[in-house]
Design a protein around this ligand. Sequence first.
Ligand code: SAH
Length: 356
Amino acid sequence: MGSEDTLRERIAAHGPISIADYMAVALGDSQYGYYMRKDPFGTQGDFITSPEISQIFGEMIGIWCAECWLQLGRPEMDVIELGPGRGTLMKDWLRATRHIPQFHDCITVHLVETSPALRAIQQETLASNPSRLYWHFSLPDTNRPLLVYSNEFFDALPIHQYITQNGAWHERLVDWHNGRFCFTIAEDAASLPAYPTMEDGVIVEQCPLAKEIMQELSGRVAAYDGAILSIDYGYTRPENGALPVGDTLQAVYKHTYHDVLSRPGEADITAHVDFSALAENAATAGARAAPVISQRDFLLRMGAEMRVQQLCRNLAPEQKQRIEDGFQRLVDPQGMGSLFKVLAVTSPQLAAPVFE
Ligand code: SAH
């Protein structure tokens, strides 16, 4: 048994399924989902993320959050990390902010993680941490000032795709045929009020779960004060208001691209994040979304270069090189530095540090 069998059984019983259902099972099936079974990160895994490349990443996010806390007048706050992976970002975040007077006494830290396998790794990574940490399978209830951050969380959430056929939108579905999964198109037309019909074959994507999470958190931030920092690979919509189109669904297995429909549960599946849609969701909920900036700009404006120099002082040349190379990779304008973007959402009175 595996995700493939679960998906085949579901299709046999109910007919073709949405891409969102396919992703939800492939990634999140409680027994066989990709994130449930293994540790996908690092050179031994399928892909590597920014906190695993350089400690400076988590440190800068920590300092940014502490700056928001200071600007808000040092309130008691909840801190939530969404999808903490191996717990490395949180570890660097906590270490970097440990000496800020009173900060740790004022915060209660929550980790939202659906995968028991990753949760066990997070607990190990954070075992020696003195702060009390709370794990949750879904968003915890909070009703006071709130800081939320995430890296590569929104890109892992299930998306729906729609395709134009004969002048109408139809949902794209996954079927099982001749011994393999394949894409098909729903017979009934779908209603996509924001989208005019386009020429046949055009694909658009929607991520209702990202919208729901962003609206919920932004509503809390607007009501109780706070900030949300989301880092992901994705795009912003052009100034002229053109709607984004195109298929961004991708699978990665052992650091190479992979067919999305083969080996569900064994490869990581993601879609690019529509940052303009997330910013709109935040604004709808009454919060303020700062203009989206690149990961490179965020790290440089936070003074990360000074931190690199500080870390490298007194180090042997090869250790120094490792730190410099890791940092360069995060800010590479040809790579992660521009591919990854940062969205800051704040309560109406708070100007997002380094964004505005
Ligand atoms: N932030 C980490 C990991 C990114 S991978 C890093 O940068 O290294 C995506 C993470 O989100 C994993 O920890 C995965 O288990 C978690 N995740 C995916 N879908 C989730 C959901 N619906 N709720 C909570 N966590 C989820």
